[in-house]
Write a protein that binds this ligand. Structure first.
Ligand code: SF4
Length: 419
């Protein structure tokens, strides 16, 4: 019985879409993506940030293409990234004049791996359908997929008004927020149907329907998932800063992923001024990893500490190891295939320390307050040594590195010894 609750529901069937060399949906692993916040016309900054996001693990990166100067730089940005070995698919984010930019800058249209279209601001009234069609025609010509990305902040007002009017006349009217959610869903589905009518295959269409409230996001995507089989891009818009943005994104997307919904995710965090943009990639990876969908970086399990841990050794060691692992991952991915599955435990005292450490690949149980100043180390469930004295932290870090080398290094003899 308990097993029934220990696994997510099967992934929803969706039509796979190739975005450059990355498959989204169709049973492919859930893709992590992110977006730059540089001015795309500033190629130097954009190349640097796309490269940083890709090296942090973003598998698709979106850039703003808002004006001619930005569109002109896109092919150069792509070339420069390729020259430094960054082959991450690039998505162009278009609003209002996307049809014109893609038409006037065919090299930009060719360089991008996907176009993001927001049906709420692709154009107004009679122009809307024409401009939408122009973007789809260009995508077809260049054989590119599109994301039809509805956002509640720029929702198609004509559609919303029509649904509000119908609701007002209905015998059983629903709440205004339910109408708004329906308008978001219909906006995405109607645009996707229009793209299909223009000749675009379902294998070229990804849908998203972003809102800023957790419960709305869950309701919108649960309904959208039932009503179509397009690949779905999950994300909470305006998630916010710091812990609020992380918690909101994790709560909403975690519930949807658990229901088998979502083929690619983006965590939209508002960075602190001067903050690191790659944080959103880290959060997205950790969400997928802690839920058991994918492994990106070795996990360091650390107890929260309590009154039994009055020294800072334990926090410092857990933090040091986690930082060292994350900083080393870009090279370790090549050097130590499979290292992302490693589990390290750093525990603060004897209460749970040995038990948790035994379950990790390598774990240490540090001495709590009043305990003998010794730290048993467990490797693959067996106690292998007890560290003592001032150098416990450094010695344990060295043991972790040796374990990684032995288990995941290229020497097949060493690997089999550690298996
Ligand atoms: S393992 Fe020890 S130090 Fe860590 S939270 Fe539990 S009792 Fe406290």
């Amino acid at each position: 019985m308990i097993d029934d609750f220990a696994n997510p529901l099967p992934r929803r069937n969706s039509v796979g879409v190739s975005v450059g060399n990355v498959m989204v949906g169709g049973g492919a692993p859930i893709v992590v993506q992110s977006m730059t916040n540089t001015d795309t016309a500033d190629a130097d900054s954009t190349v640097a940030q796309v490269a940083a996001l890709a090296r942090a693990g973003s598998e698709v990166v979106r850039i703003t293409v808002d004006r001619a100067e930005a569109a002109a730089q896109v092919p150069r940005i792509k070339e420069r990234l390729e020259r430094i070995g960054v082959n991450v698919p690039l998505v162009g984010d278009f609003h209002y004049i996307g049809h014109k930019l893609l038409n006037d800058y065919p090299d930009c249209a060719a360089a991008l791996d996907k176009y993001r279209i927001n049906p709420g601001n692709v154009g107004f009234k009679a122009k809307r359908d024409t401009q939408f069609s122009q973007i789809i025609d260009i995508a077809l010509k260049h054989d590119k997929p599109v994301r039809i990305g509805v956002n509640w902040g720029s929702l198609d007002q004509e559609l919303l008004t029509k649904l509000m009017d119908e609701n007002a006349e209905s015998e059983a009217p629903v709440s205004a927020s339910a109408v708004m959610r329906e308008a978001i869903i219909q906006s995405g589905l109607l645009s996707a149907e229009r793209a299909e009518a223009l000749g675009m295959g379902r294998d070229k269409i990804i849908l998203s329907a972003k809102v800023s409230q957790v419960q709305d996001l869950i309701a919108v995507y649960a309904d959208l998932a039932r009503r179509c089989d397009y690949a779905l891009h999950l994300g909470l818009t305006e998630a916010g800063m710091g812990t609020k943005g992380i918690v909101s994104s994790a709560a909403s997307m975690g519930i949807l992923l658990q229901q088998g919904i979502g083929d690619t995710i983006r965590v939209s965090l508002t960075p602190e001024p001067g903050g690191d943009r790659t944080r959103e990639v880290q959060v997205a990876q950790e969400l997928l990893q802690v839920m058991g969908f994918r492994a990106f970086v070795p996990i360091v399990a650390a107890c929260p500490g309590c009154g039994r841990t009055t020294s800072t050794v334990f926090q410092e060691l857990a933090g040091d190891i986690q930082d060292h692992i994350r900083a080393s991952m870009p090279s370790w991915r090549e050097q130590y295939p499979g290292v992302e599955n490693l589990n390290v435990a750093v525990m603060g005292c004897i209460v749970n320390g040995p038990g948790e450490s035994k379950h990790a690949d390598i774990g240490i149980s540090l001495p709590g307050t009043g305990e003998t100043p010794s730290a048993p180390v467990f490797v693959d469930g067996e106690k292998v040594t007890t560290l003592r004295g001032e150098g416990i932290a450094d010695e344990f870090k060295q043991m972790v590195l040796e374990y990684i080398e032995k288990r995941y290094g290229s020497d097949p003899k060493s690997n089999s010894d550690a298996a």
